[in-house]
Ligand binder design. Sequence first.
Ligand SMILES: [Zn+2]
Length: 262
Amino acid sequence: MNMLNRTHLKSRGGIPYFENPEIKKLGWVTHGFLTRQGGLSLPPYDSLNVSFSNGDEKKTVVSNRDRITEAFGYDRNRLVLLKQIQLDGILILKDQADANPTPLKYDAIITDIPNQFLGIRTADCIPIFVVDRKKKAVAAIHAGRQGTGLQITKKTLKKMKEELGCSERDLLITLGPSIGPCCYEIDEKVFLKEWEPFSIDKGMGKWMVDLARINMAQLEEEGIKEDQICRVDLCTRCRHDLFFSYRGEGRTGRQLSFIGRI
Ligand SMILES: [Zn+2]
């Protein structure tokens, strides 16, 4: 597994980002896991907030999104953002028109259309990208506690296989920054038995959970090998200099992760 840390942070047009070097090498994909840095929003949304729904100024959020699409060289209208609802709905975008009826109440999106960028907004949940090197398809997944419990990552891979004919050996997977097991405490009422191997029992009905490892176990069940996985190994709550964290800050912004075929 390729692990990325703070030293792998790059910058383009004033926007810091992480990228999977294996995906970059393909030459036909543009992607980035962005941080909170490089935007115009004021505290507590400082500074590259891409969400309208937390109380930030609308025009500032629009400017932030424009900064991103300009820096990475694509049209702002080519970026599809889901109305993430913490479930396991997966959209296959077959036609550009499918992106128009908003809000798109899904937590994962798959496409093989060129010049169509898929964005996931997070502040602790994991953004996950899948690239099929042969079929030239890409997917973006939003995996929080609930989506992970519903096995959204596993279901997305299954859908890519069933509907696009993807083969697990052609896939490259990248997990973006998320809240780590150092900081992610959950109550036993919402804890799932199958998470035990990836969690620490704190007693008093509390568990420290490793969301990334649970999602990696789902990948493994779909035939993904460790050398196909790349991971940004930074905790969004520990690194509040770099990331928005809902657990750490409550009222805060959302960082964008995006991917698309050029
Ligand atoms: Zn942490």
